[in-house]
Design a protein around this ligand. Structure first.
Ligand code: NAG
Ligand code: NAG
Ligand code: NAG
Length: 497
C-alpha cells in the first residue's frame, strides 16, 4: 500500500528551475536575502555596520557568499572585539567574487579565491556533506539572489589566517548587556492568540520566562492538539524539541490529522512507519524562532513567493511561508494555513496550522529519491535505468531497498555485467515490505524480490548482510518504502567480470 506518493514533487521541479537560471524571482540582492533571514541576524548586523560593505555586496555581480548562521557565530566568544579592519577581512573571506557557485559545483579539494586579497577557501565533499575549510558544513545551500548565491554554513564562521591566532582584542570586562526587551505582541496580528491557561498550581519561586512551559508542555495544555502531542511522544521528538533554545513548531490541529486518510494515519503510528512519522513531524519543527509581526513584515516585502525555511527533517526540506495579504500566513502554496499564531513557550513559539504538511521525502518514490541522491546513489540509479527497474520502484510497494553506494561499484571498473545479470543483482537488493533498521534483528532472513534470501547479523560493527556487506546509512524514507545505503554488492550467483 502506498500512502505518500500521490502528490507530485513540486519542490524538486521548482528548485531545479531556480537553479538553472540564476535570477531571483523576488529581485532581492544577497544583502536583502541575508537581512530577511531569521537565522542570519549576526551576519547581517556585521555587514550593515561595516562601512561600504552593503554597497559592495549589492553592486558585485554573480558572487557566492558563505553565510554563517547565528548559531555558528556563537562559537566566537562574546567578549571578543574585532577591529573594523578585522571584521571587513572576515566578511571578505566569506565571499567568492565573479561566479555564483551552486552547491553541486563545489567538488572535493576545490580551492576558490575569496575577495580577501590572497586568501582562498578549500572545500571537502563526502558522505557527510559539503564542508568549507573542514569545519563549516553547508547547512542550507543555493539561496538565489538577484546578484549571486548564498550558502548558509553552520558550525563556525570562516576565519582568515590573520584572525585565527587569537589576534583578537578581548574586552577587559564583559560589557553587561542591556536587558533584552520582551517583544510585545499586544496587537493580535494573525488570529486571536489563545493564552495558555495560567497554571493554577503552587506559585513558582521565579517569575518571567521560567514560569512558561516548554514548547511541548504548552502545546499539550492547549485544546485540540492531542493527536500531535501523542505522535511527538511516540517518536521521541519531545526530547529534541525541549533541548532547543529557540524553536518554532507548526502544530497541526486534531482536525488536521483527522482529515488525513485514516489508514495512513493508522500506519504512521506503527513501528514500520516510525521514520516516516519522524520526518513528517520534523518537517513541522524549526531550529529557530520566528513569530508573527516580523515574519509578516518580511513576507510582505518578499511578495507572493515568500520565504523558504529549512525544517529539521533529515533532508532539511524547506517549508514555504507566504503572506499574500500581509495579514494571514499560509504555508506551501496554501497547503496549510496558520489558524492561531504566536503562542509563546519558554523555548520558542507555536503556530497552529489547519493541515498536516507532507515533506518531499515522504512523497517521492524510491526511484525519485535514488535519482536525486547523486552523491551516493548515482551508479545505482544508472544500473536501475539500464535494467529498466525504475518502474518497479515507482510502484506502491512498500519496498525496502539495500542500495549500494557509488564506491560499492568500483569492482566494475573494467566493465558492467549484462542486463540480465544486472536485473538479478539489483532485485537481490530489494525486499517487499517496510523494514526500517529498528525492525532488523540479528539472525533475521528476508526474502528478496529475486527470490533468494538475505541473512542479517546485528553486530557492534553495525548491520552486516550475508557476512559481507554492511549497511552504511540506514533509513532514508520514501513514499513507497525505505532505503538503506550499503557499502558493497551482494552476489546472488557467480559471474565473471
Ligand atoms: C567529511 O569531511 C568532514 C570535513 O573534513 C569531516 O569532518 C567528516 O568527518 C567527513 N565525513 C566522512 C564520512 O568522511
Ligand atoms: C508554490 O508555487 C510556487 C509557484 O508555482 C513555487 O515557486 C513554490 O515553490 C511552490 N511551493 C511549494 C512548497 O511547492
Ligand atoms: C545469503 O544468505 C542466505 C541465508 O544464509 C542464503 O540463502 C543466500 O544464498 C546467501 N546469499 C549469497 C549470495 O550468498
Amino acid at each position: 500500500m502506498r500512502f505518500f506518493a500521490a502528490t507530485t514533487a513540486v519542490t524538486t521541479v521548482v528548485a531545479t528551475i531556480f537553479l538553472s537560471s540564476l535570477t531571483s524571482v523576488t529581485g532581492q540582492t544577497v544583502v536583502d536575502i541575508i537581512g530577511l533571514d531569521p537565522r542570519l541576524t549576526r551576519l547581517y548586523s556585521l555587514i550593515v555596520s561595516t562601512p561600504g560593505m552593503v554597497n559592495t555586496l549589492k553592486t558585485l555581480e554573480d558572487i557566492t557568499i558563505f553565510a554563517p548562521t547565528d548559531r555558528a557565530f556563537r562559537t566566537i566568544p562574546n567578549n571578543v572585539n574585532w577591529t573594523p579592519e578585522q571584521v571587513t577581512q572576515m566578511l571578505q573571506y566569506h565571499v567568492i567574487p565573479g561566479r555564483a557557485y551552486r552547491e553541486a559545483e563545489l567538488t572535493n579539494g576545490l580551492q576558490l579565491r575569496t575577495s580577501l586579497e590572497g586568501q582562498s577557501l578549500t572545500f571537502q565533499v563526502n558522505a557527510t556533506g559539503y564542508f568549507v575549510n573542514r569545519f563549516s558544513q553547508i547547512v542550507q545551500p543555493n539561496m538565489i539572489a538577484s546578484n549571486g548565491i548564498i550558502h548558509k554554513i553552520g558550525d563556525t564562521p570562516l576565519l582568515p589566517p590573520t584572525l585565527r591566532n587569537a589576534e583578537l582584542t578581548v574586552t577587559p570586562t564583559p560589557r553587561p548587556l542591556p536587558p533584552t526587551p520582551v517583544p510585545v505582541t499586544s496587537r493580535p496580528t494573525l488570529a486571536p492568540t489563545p493564552r495558555p491557561t495560567p497554571r493554577p498550581t503552587t506559585p513558582r519561586p521565579t517569575s518571567g520566562p521560567g514560569s512558561l512551559g516548554n514548547i511541548l508542555d504548552v502545546t499539550a495544555s492547549l485544546d485540540g492538539f492531542s493527536t500531535l502531542v501523542d505522535l511527538i511522544l511516540l517518536t521521541g521528538l519531545d526530547t529534541a524539541l525541549a533541548a532547543m533554545p529557540h524553536a518554532t513548531l507548526l502544530a497541526p490541529t486534531d482536525d488536521a490529522f483527522a482529515s488525513l486518510d485514516p489508514s495512513f494515519l493508522q500506519a504512521l503510528t506503527t513501528p514500520p512507519y516510525r521514520f516516516h512519522l519522524q520526518e513528517i513531524l520534523r518537517y513541522h519543527s524549526f531550529d529557530m524562532m520566528f513569530r508573527g509581526p516580523n515574519l509578516l513584515e518580511s513576507l510582505s516585502i518578499l511578495g507572493p513567493t515568500g520565504l523558504f525555511l529549512s525544517s529539521m527533517n533529515t533532508a532539511h526540506d524547506r517549508v514555504q511561508f507566504q503572506s499574500p495579504n500581509g495579514r494571514s500566513l499560509n504555508l506551501n502554496n496554501g497547503s496549510a494555513n496558520v489558524v492561531i499564531a504566536d503562542v509563546s513557550a519558554s523555548n520558542g513559539v507555536i503556530h497552529a496550522v489547519d493541515a498536516v504538511l507532507l515533506p518531499r521525502c515522504v512523497q517521492d518514490t524510491i526511484s525519485t529519491t535514488v535519482q536525486n541522491d547523486r552523491r551516493d546513489l548515482s551508479t545505482f540509479n544508472t544500473w536501475l535505468n539500464e535494467a529498466r527497474l525504475k518502474g518497479l520502484l515507482n510502484r506502491d510497494g512498500p519496498y525496502t531497498v539495500f542500495a549500494p553506494i557509488n564506491e560499492a561499484f568500483n569492482e566494475f571498473s573494467t566493465g558492467t555485467p549484462s542486463v540480465d545479470d544486472m536485473i538479478e543483482i539489483l532485485t537481490y537488493h530489494v525486499v517487499q515490505g517496510m523494514y526500517p533498521s529498528t525492525l532488523i534483528e540479528d539472525g533475521m532472513e528476508l526474502t528478496t524480490v529475486l527470490g533468494s534470501t538475505i541473512r542479517f547479523r546485528v553486530t557492534e560493527m553495525g548491520v552486516i548482510m550475508n557476512d559481507s556487506v554492511r549497511i552504511e546509512m540506514s533509513d532514508t524514507v520514501a513514499g513507497n518504502g525505505i532505503i538503506h545505503k550499503v557499502g558493497g554488492i551482494l552476489w546472488p550467483f557467480r559471474i565473471s567480470v
